[in-house]
Design a protein around this ligand. Structure first.
Ligand code: GTR
Length: 310
């Protein structure tokens, strides 16, 4: 096709997501694609490869960085080692609430974090909601930090999450998301940590029925585009892509709120036991994580700036 890649051709952009069709992040990106298609008169459209069809998150991050795929919706945790600004929103209890997280990420601090993706070859188009992550396991309800002792958890692939879990007296094993269910089932691990929609859609409640709401992080997702692919767009199309991403955020947040309530209810219906925890106990245990992962003045200032947002 000679016309491919020229302004009048139709270009289909590939986007990856680990979650199944219908999940709020998948639907957010689909909505972005519809807006882009409409606003470019059909010159660009987006195909979402959901359910980890293109691979686990870490692999698809390599694919979008190298340009094998143009778009990707992932957690920010796997970027903690390469984009140091992402460490700040991944810190335990850095956000006082989801509302606080929105205020921070929708403002200049969010823009600073977005800009930090450019040196690794990515344009961060949007942050999507991912609620709060909490620990769940097959052994017992966790009410205080001491209940964590000796349990083995899968954590998302980031050193911060490893250190967080270790600081609570438990053992941490980073592994791809797709391996969690069978690893709990075969007792390689006792549990994992995630939000209600992941706990539900990956059916982790079937193998780990104690979900304890310690809510250690309120880390948003990021929707990224390969920078070279973005740079190839005309300035007008770049503006369309940025605005469409922005418009998809409101949609994703709305879907997120509904899905969180629905997933919690689903888990409870099938026998999950959800309990509150002594949160202050958890907050107090996290100091070593801050000491280790906020080594320089740039990040220290960012932490102060986040805390100052009212
Ligand atoms: C989910 C997140 C996924 C993935 C997963 C995980 O909350 O939406 O992108 O990072 O957690 O724990 O691997």
């Amino acid at each position: 096709m000679l016309m491919l890649g020229t302004a009048s051709a139709q270009t289909v952009l590939k986007s990856s997501d680990t979650h199944p069709d219908g999940y709020p992040t998948v639907e957010g990106v689909k909505y972005f694609g519809e807006l882009v298609k409409e606003r470019t008169g059909g010159r660009y459209s987006v195909e979402v490869y959901h359910s980890a069809q293109l691979g686990e998150e870490k692999d698809t991050i390599e694919q979008v960085r190298s340009g094998v795929i143009e778009l990707n919706r992932v957690s920010m945790a796997p970027f903690n080692g390469t984009v140091k600004e992402t460490i700040v929103p991944a810190l335990p209890y850095i956000f006082r609430s989801e509302d606080h997280m929105h205020k921070v990420m929708d403002g200049p601090i969010g823009d600073q974090i977005k800009a930090a993706f450019e040196p690794v070859g990515l344009v961060a188009l949007a942050f999507y909601d991912a609620g709060a992550r909490s620990f769940y396991n097959s052994k017992r309800p966790i009410k205080k930090v001491e209940d964590m002792k000796g349990l083995k958890f899968r954590v998302i692939q980031s050193d911060i999450f490893v250190d967080m879990t270790t600081a609570l007296g438990a053992n941490a094993t980073p592994m791809p998301y797709g391996e969690v269910y069978s690893s709990i089932e075969t007792t390689v691990i006792d549990g994992a940590e995630n939000n209600f929609p992941s706990y539900d859609t990956a059916k982790h409640y079937e193998v780990a029925k104690y979900y304890s709401m310690d809510e250690h992080t309120i880390l948003p997702e990021v929707f990224v585009m390969n920078k070279a692919a973005f740079d190839k767009l005309t300035p007008e199309d770049q503006a369309i892509f940025r605005q469409a991403a922005k418009d998809s955020v409101a949609k994703q947040r709305e879907l997120w709120t509904a899905k969180t309530a629905e997933s919690r209810a689903t888990a409870e219906k099938v026998g999950a036991e959800i309990n509150e925890v002594d949160k202050q106990d958890f907050i107090d245990a996290m100091k070593p994580v801050y000491d280790k992962h906020i080594p320089d003045e740039v990040l220290k200032k960012l932490v102060d700036d986040v805390r100052a947002v009212q």
